[in-house]
Design a protein around this ligand. Structure first.
Ligand code: C2O
Ligand code: CU
Ligand code: CU
Length: 493
């Protein structure tokens, strides 16, 4: 019903502005994969993340004005230790407000860096984060309401690792930048003069912004060199809205060992991996045979209409897809003069999560709405649409839910018309089902983003407090949807 009505609106209101699907040539093949510097963040003073403007070269003749954390584009990989305090200062040297949000960290609302915790231009904010959760791959990014999409797109994001005090070194590849590689995957769009292009108005905001070039760690179509052995990739989809279905050429298999919030109980063999915005995965690939590989992706449509009529109206298939539907993400070359430290896949993954929630005491429902009517009409006529959850667009002055500390709940999320990656601050959760199909914990692990096509159910518990001054957020992680109001906030106490 609703979908049909949406189509009618669309047909009526949309005449011209849709982009046309473009077949783009790939940029000149690869420079070396850049590796963000590693920054160990302990309890001492002096760990600074400074938001600055920069100029960054994405590839030959693709140099653009960007933002970064203490560097031209993106930021250092922060490494924090479990059960320790991580002390760091976020400084804003830009001329608009930012925040420093630690995506996936279990910290109280006042440390979470949500939209209330603005850092004004010229100001700084010191945080002492008590790291109290299992090891894993997380990230950080700016999160001011209405500007998150723009700031993350221009570069205010970085990777964040939680590691054990003394990780078992004989089990998993763990030499950062050598056999343990961060891969921050994003899509970008460049003007003729080489400037980064971003559009968060109108139909682009409704469908989610998508660029037509793929960058990994800020380089277009780069090449990684790896030792001859087992290699670990930490994948982060830091794109505003693009969903990837990653695989390797020759249908090569790999093993997933971690998801958003930490390690899986045991490696899971895969040939394809879907990553929605903000999702992470750790994978292992065995390069002992010395053969290189190419990582490619297929596009995953976010429209329920499968990219048909609605896809066309909402911006079509603009993107880097080539004729067989796949596009290049990364080339991997084995350096045979270097022997990897890890020769065989681990059987077990010590430090992995186990499902650990009690019986749920409550059920909450969240409907992610494209907001038929005025909100959507605004988008169709080129303005910023007003999207919402449970019929309400985000309001910084309204607390949408009050959650009790330590109580297990079931959250049921449904989507109308489009699929959405739903994210919750302050905790990690277990996915019980997607589209009514039960989800096996061992294959998915603990998450902080869940892909909602039609519906999803999760089991969630909050162990950190959040007051009304600095509440936690739940929102769609398509950043244009979030900025257009598909977000709510809640206290925990
Ligand atoms: Cu990546 Cu509200 O967060
Ligand atoms: Cu978050
Ligand atoms: Cu969304």
């Amino acid at each position: 019903m609703r979908r049909r009505r949406f189509l009618q609106y669309s047909t009526a209101a949309i005449a011209a502005p849709a982009l046309v699907g473009r077949a783009q040539a790939q940029p000149m093949a690869g420079g070396t994969l850049p590796i963000p510097p590693l920054m160990d963040v302990g309890g001492g003073a002096g760990n600074l993340l400074e938001a600055i403007t920069g100029r960054h070269r994405f590839a030959e003749s693709f140099e653009a004005k960007t933002l970064g954390w203490s560097q031209d584009y993106l930021g250092p990989t922060l490494r924090m230790r479990r059960s320790r305090t991580a002390r760091l200062t976020a400084r804003n040297s830009l001329d608009s407000p930012i925040t420093a949000h630690w995506h996936g960290l279990h910290v109280p609302g006042r440390q979470d860096g949500g939209p209330q915790s603005l850092i004004a231009p010229g100001q700084e904010l010191e945080q002492n984060l008590d790291i109290d959760q299992p090891v894993g791959t997380f990230w950080y990014h700016s999160h001011p309401h209405g500007r998150t999409g723009d700031q993350v797109y221009r570069g205010l994001a970085g990777m964040l690792l939680i590691e054990d005090e003394a990780p078992a070194s004989d089990n998993l590849p763990m030499e950062y930048g050598v056999d343990d590689l961060p891969l921050i995957i994003q899509d970008k769009s460049f003007s003729r003069s080489g400037a980064l292009q971003y559009d968060d108005d109108g139909m682009a905001a409704m469908r989610g912004f998508r660029g037509d070039r793929i960058a990994v760690n800020g380089a277009l179509a780069p090449k990684a060199r790896v030792p001859q052995g087992v290699v670990r990739f930490r994948l982060l989809n830091a794109s505003n809205s693009r969903v990837y279905a990653l695989r390797f050429n020759n249908n090569r298999s790999f093993h997933q060992i971690g998801s958003d919030a930490g390690l899986l109980p045991a490696p899971v063999e895969r040939r394809k991996l879907q990553l929605a915005p903000a999702e992470r995965a750790e994978i292992l690939i065995d390069f002992s045979d010395g053969a290189g590989a190419r990582m490619v992706s297929e596009d995953v449509p976010v429209e329920m209409m499968g990219g048909g009529m609605m896809g066309g109206m909402m911006g079509g298939n603009s993107g880097p897809a080539t004729r067989d539907g796949a596009f290049r993400v990364l080339d991997i070359e084995v350096d045979r003069s270097q022997t990897g430290a890890i020769k065989a896949l681990p059987v077990k993954l010590p430090g992995a999560h186990l499902p650990a929630f009690g019986e749920p005491v409550r059920r909450r429902r969240f409907e992610l709405n494209m907001m038929m009517g005025m909100g959507m009409m605004r988008g169709m006529f080129g303005g910023r649409p007003k999207l919402g959850i449970n019929g309400k667009t985000y309001d910084m002055d309204r607390i949408d839910q009050q959650v009790r500390l330590g109580e297990t709940e079931v959250w049921e999320i449904t989507a109308d018309m489009m699929s959405h990656p739903f994210h919750i601050h302050g905790t990690s959760f277990q996915v019980l089902s997607q589209n009514g199909q039960p989800v096996e914990f061992g294959k998915v692990g603990m998450k902080d983003v869940v892909w909602v096509e039609n519906s999803a159910e999760i089991l969630v518990r909050f162990d950190k407090p959040a007051t009304k001054d600095t509440p936690f957020m739940y929102h769609c992680h398509i950043l244009e949807h979030e900025d257009s109001g598909m977000m709510g906030q809640f206290t925990v106490g």
